[in-house]
Structures are given as C-alpha cells and as structure tokens.
Design a protein around this ligand. Structure first.
Ligand code: GCO
Ligand code: MG
Length: 407
C-alpha cells in the first residue's frame, strides 16, 4: 500500500494547528497532529520541504521502518521540531493501518486494558475563592480529578490563570497573537506562600477523595520545589508537575530525596533518552510525554513500556495547543497500556471541534476513545481554510528585577 501524497494543513480556528494528511494510492487517508505551539511553521516546513518528498512511493504499512528512516536517516536527532514532524507521520500511518484493518487503533495496540480513561480538568482563578468556584463546576460535571492554579498576589498575571478579556488565545492557553511575545513577571516567594493556602482551601471544601493536581511549570529550583512539596504533602496532591526544569535529569534525584509528593514530568521532553534517567532511577511517578511531541504512537509506547518496568505511570499532556487529532491518538494509547495514570483534558473551542470532527468523547470525568476504524478523527479542509494562520508566541517570563526566568 504505497503513499501517494503527504499534505500539510495549517489552520487557526482560535489557535494555530498544523496537521499532516497522508493519502495512499488507493485513497485511504490518515491524520497526524504536527502542532508545536509558538513555532508552528518550523514543523510545517520540516514536513513539507524535507519529509513529504521522502514519503511518496513508500509502503504505508511499514511504520517502524519509516520511523527509523526519518529518525536515523536525518542524522540530526531528537528536538521538538524533528520529533513533532516524525510524530505526525507515525500517527497518520497508524490511522491508515487502523482504517485498512477495520479496527480502532487501540485494538492494534493490544486491545483495551481498561474501560475508561480518567482525566483531569483545569480550574483556575485570580483568587483562591474564584478557583474554588471553578473546582465546584468541574465536580458538578462529574470530574474526579482537577488541576488547581490561582493568581499569585502582587503579580500582574500568573501562568494557568486567564487574565483580561481578549488577552488569551483560546480558553486560556497563552499563545498571544502578535509579532512579539508578551512578557510575564515571576516571584517564587509570593508563589510558595499562596499555593499551600490554595490546597488547604480545596481540601477543606471538597474533602479527601478529589484528586488535586498542580503545575509548577518549570519555575523552581530542586530545593524550592522540595519546600513546595512538603508544604502540600498534608493535602495529598495527586502530583506536582514540572517542579523544576528537566534538562538536568539528576535535579530530580535531589528533589526526590527531600519530598515524597508524587512528581510528574515530561510535556517538553521529546524522546525516550530525555527521560531515561528519570524513569530508570524512579525519580518521578508520572511521565507526561505525549504523542505529538515525543515521536508519535510508536515512540510514546516505547517510553510508557520502559516506565512500566519502573512503576512509573503515564499522564499525557493534553492542553488545547494539542489538536483533537493528538487527543484521539492519546486515548488509543491510554486505554491500551498497563501503566496508565491519568490524561490531561482541556476542552477545545467549538470552532476547533468543527475543523476536527471526532468520535472520542467525554462523560462524567472520563474520556472514551473512538471505536471507529483508525483514530476516529477527521479534518474538514473547507472549514480549516476559513481560518488562516496567525502569528502567535508563548509568553516570556522575567523575575521582578528583569532577569529572564523559565516560563
Ligand atoms: C499543561 C501545559 C500547558 C503548556 C502549553 C504550552 O500542563 O497543560 O503546561 O499549559 O503551557 O501546552 O504550549
Ligand atoms: Mg504543564
């Protein structure tokens, strides 16, 4: 079954998405998400200019061979642009294989290992009180797990909290339309003061059973993160996410020695080698790599299989900058692996859902993968064409004295 075409579609139904569509000679199509928030056109070019010409004429069924052809064959390895491009090809080929077999992708991955996929939503507010109201709304909808973020007093804006009408691109995910990134301000002291108060209030109002998560977004040193962990420990966080940057995997050895709260890492990691030490030393509890940025279904399975040997569970990234194609693929993986932990779920806008009609679904705190052949997601190209690309950047973060800090 030969590949006849590989086309890249860039669309902006409220935010930018890059999608690869592979078509075989007999007219079967497969989709792969290729969206890298704030750097979208780099992946579009990598695919159009360097990958698509290599695909035409190849056997669409040889997924592993094509993965290695693109990975080892490029000579230059890893990195978000390359791995997102490879992910898009890989995901599209799994979609095709499923359609040809007449089976949903999870059946090709070994079948369902559970009935449903636990997911968490995002509650946030400028104040602790406002955040509690959002947690309530999620609980009322049946969510069993909620991520909580609140404004840091004294700072004009805080990661994870929407601020100012029109300031955010999509529900809150902050890729700002414009020629230059927006700048944010950070104070670790003020942050470490407010988060334990938020957790105390959530536990007091919602009791011991709700799963409560928090994203630190790479902003602390290992010892600051350990202090945060210890201050949250009485409130039993499900996890603290990205407590410290992970370029230096050994930072987590230090953190691990000083707090017992569960640690989740991985949304910016793009390969198994980036998390090998984190996993094999059991320095983390959840690995958050995702289909679109970590080399597709084939490579993500390898990461999760390695993690299973070390009792590390999955917790795939699922923010709204990952398209519904990514979410479709993530759910096929989530439902089929033995060591599933939790799936992040931010709802896309109606505009985005119209561009990517899909049959995976949410119900009472859980997600269910599509049972249609392939991934179970389509691309409405006419609808996509109505939303041309708009330049947008993620914010840049600075300390109060102007020093550039991790965002
Ligand atoms: C999350 C992530 C997102 C990222 C975003 C960057 O846990 O959902 O941290 O909020 O900031 O995906 O593009
Ligand atoms: Mg995160």
């Amino acid at each position: 079954m030969r590949i006849a075409a590989a086309d890249v579609v860039v669309t902006c139904p409220g935010r930018n998405f890059v999608t690869l569509k592979i078509t075989t000679e007999d007219g079967v199509t497969g989709l792969g998400d290729a969206t890298l928030n704030g750097r979208e056109l780099a992946v579009a070019s990598y695919l159009r200019d360097h990958v698509a010409p290599l695909l035409v004429g190849r056997d669409a069924h040889r997924i592993t061979d094509l993965w290695h052809y693109l990975y080892k064959g490029a000579y230059w390895r890893r990195g978000p642009v390359t791995m997102t491009a490879i992910a898009a090809v890989d995901t599209a080929l799994w979609d095709i294989k499923g359609k040809v077999a007449g089976l949903p992708v999870y059946e090709l991955l070994g079948g369902a290992a559970r009935d449903r996929v636990l997911c968490y939503g995002h509650a946030s507010g400028e104040t602790v009180e406002e955040t509690l109201e959002q947690v309530q709304a999620y609980v009322d909808e049946g969510y069993r797990a909620v991520r909580v973020q609140c404004g840091v007093p004294g700072l004009p804006a805080t990661y994870g909290v929407p601020h100012g009408e029109g300031s955010s691109f999509g529900a809150y995910e902050p890729a700002q339309v414009g020629a230059m990134p927006q700048e944010a301000t950070w104070s670790t002291t003020a942050y470490l003061d407010v988060v334990p108060r938020l957790f105390a209030a959530v536990r007091e109002r919602f009791g011991p059973h709700l799963e409560v998560l928090h994203d630190v977004h790479h902003r602390l040193t290992p010892m600051e993160a350990a202090r945060l962990g210890e201050s949250l420990r009485p409130y039993r966080p499900f996890w603290i996410e990205d407590p410290t940057p992970a370029e230096n995997q050994r930072a987590f050895e230090l953190l691990r020695a000083h707090t017992s709260v569960p640690i989740a890492v991985g949304e910016v990691l793009t390969s198994i080698w980036d998390c090998q030490d984190l996993i094999t030393n059991q320095w983390i509890d959840y690995i958050r790599t995702t289909v679109v940025h970590a080399g597709g279904i084939t490579h993500l399975k390898r990461i999760f299989d390695l993690a299973d040997l070390y009792q590390v569970r999955s917790g795939s990234h699922g923010a709204t900058d990952l398209s519904p194609v990514s979410m479709a693929a993530a759910l096929h993986v989530d439902v089929s692996i033995p060591n599933f932990g939790i799936q992040e779920y931010m709802r896309h806008t109606a505009e985005t859902d119209a561009v990517f009609p899909h049959t995976w679904r949410f119900e009472r705190g859980h997600l269910y993968p599509s049972t249609e052949p392939g991934l179970g997601v389509e691309l409405d190209e006419e609808e996509a064409a109505r939303h041309p690309y708009r330049q947008a950047y993620l914010p840049v973060n600075r300390l109060e004295d102007g020093t550039v800090h991790s965002w």
